[in-house]
Design a protein around this ligand. Structure first.
Ligand SMILES: CCCCCCCC/C=C\C=C\CC(=O)SCCNC(=O)CCNC(=O)[C@H](O)C(C)(C)COP(=O)(O)OP(=O)(O)OC[C@H]1O[C@@H](n2cnc3c(N)ncnc32)[C@H](O)[C@@H]1OP(=O)(O)O
Length: 286
């Protein structure tokens, strides 16, 4: 396992508090109380067990520190998050896969129920679990015209669980979610805006961060308690479904992922990932 460390420093010139873990950097602006969290797990910010554990630890820390809001973004050149780390799913060790899926559920629960408002600044490709990471925030701003976002699980021969699908339905509605999930379509920035996968688009990352901050400033005069209660009531049925079905969801996933058909599909997908030229894959699967 990677050596992990957390360090806290305050920069007296910028009035920012920095929290740095090996794959995540967090900077809290002392004046606004807004945390900017940057994912930095080259090459593609894929979500493996250790990365998910870091995300949970950081969310707990931000909650304890009573930040006023969080912006989640990527420090990589062209990828926001490539989704689940396929290596966690391909030829898995059942014990690790059990821990991985349980931690994935807990990460989603932590992010979807934060006591502070959250924004994702999508500054790179964002397929499958990467798109879900963005959907689990309260607001989404997508940068530029070069990236793709969507739910391509079907292209890998796997399907999204109920709690995942319900999260998407809450954002874009039942019909669009069904078309999006069954076709595995990856959307351009403009298409994503049109179907409501993202709330705003802009040309560059700096403007996107400003738009994210602008959204979070809406909560300056809103009671944190009123914010949290409203969000909890709005999201309650999906959250409760997962809490009530956690073990069933893990057991099913562990068995399903190990089936020969799923493993064959993942093998073929991993091969195509290696053989296609950069970015061809994403455009191929449109
Ligand atoms: C709060 C959490 C919410 C999450 C809830 C999830 C609930 C679960 C439900 C559903 C399940 C979801 C399934 C998934 O997420 S499966 C993952 C789907 N992802 C993809 O299909 C992305 C595939 N990757 C790409 O299309 C490209 O890599 C791209 C992201 C566009 C980047 O392109 P490029 O910059 O050209 O980089 P390369 O393709 O050369 O890749 C560099 C190396 O990274 C490896 N890679 C890429 N993606 C993954 C991945 N997802 N997992 C593991 N490894 C990945 C790639 O093979 C290269 O490796 P190497 O250098 O060894 O060849």
């Amino acid at each position: 396992m990677l050596r992990r460390y957390i360090s806290y420093t305050t920069n007296k010139f910028t009035n920012c508090r920095h929290v740095s873990q090996s794959m995540l950097q967090s900077t809290v602006d002392e004046k606004s109380g807004i945390a900017t969290v940057t994912m930095n797990k080259p090459p593609v910010n894929s979500l493996n067990l250790e990365f998910l554990e870091e995300i949970i630890t950081l969310l707990n820390k931000l909650q304890k520190d009573k930040v006023r809001g969080m912006i989640l973004t990527s420090g990589l050149q062209k990828v926001f998050c490539a989704g689940l780390d396929i290596k966690e799913l391909y030829k898995p060790n059942p014990d690790r896969l059990t821990k991985f899926w349980t931690t994935l559920q807990d990460t989603w629960l932590s992010l979807y129920t934060t006591s502070f408002p959250t924004v994702s600044v999508i500054n790179g490709h964002s397929p499958a679990g990467g798109c879900m990471l963005a959907m689990s925030c309260d607001y989404r701003v997508m940068v530029g015209q070069n990236y793709r976002i969507g739910f391509n699980e079907a292209k890998l021969g796997i399907f999204a669980p109920k709690w995942f699908q319900n999260t998407i339905i809450a954002v874009i509605g039942q019909r669009k979610a069904e078309v999006s999930l069954t076709t595995g379509k990856m959307y351009t920035t403009d298409e994503a805006l049109q179907i409501g996968l993202v709330d705003e688009t802009c040309a560059d990352a700096d403007s996107a961060l400003k738009k994210g901050t602008h959204f979070l400033n809406n909560f300056q005069n809103i009671s944190p308690w009123a914010y949290k209660m409203t969000k909890d009531i709005n999201r309650q049925s999906t959250i409760q479904w997962l809490i009530d079905n956690k073990q069933k969801d893990v057991d099913f996933t562990v068995e399903y992922m190990q089936s020969p058909g799923v493993q064959k599909n993942l093998e073929l997908y991993l091969q195509s990932l290696k053989s296609l030229p950069p970015l061809k894959l994403i455009s191929e699967i449109n």
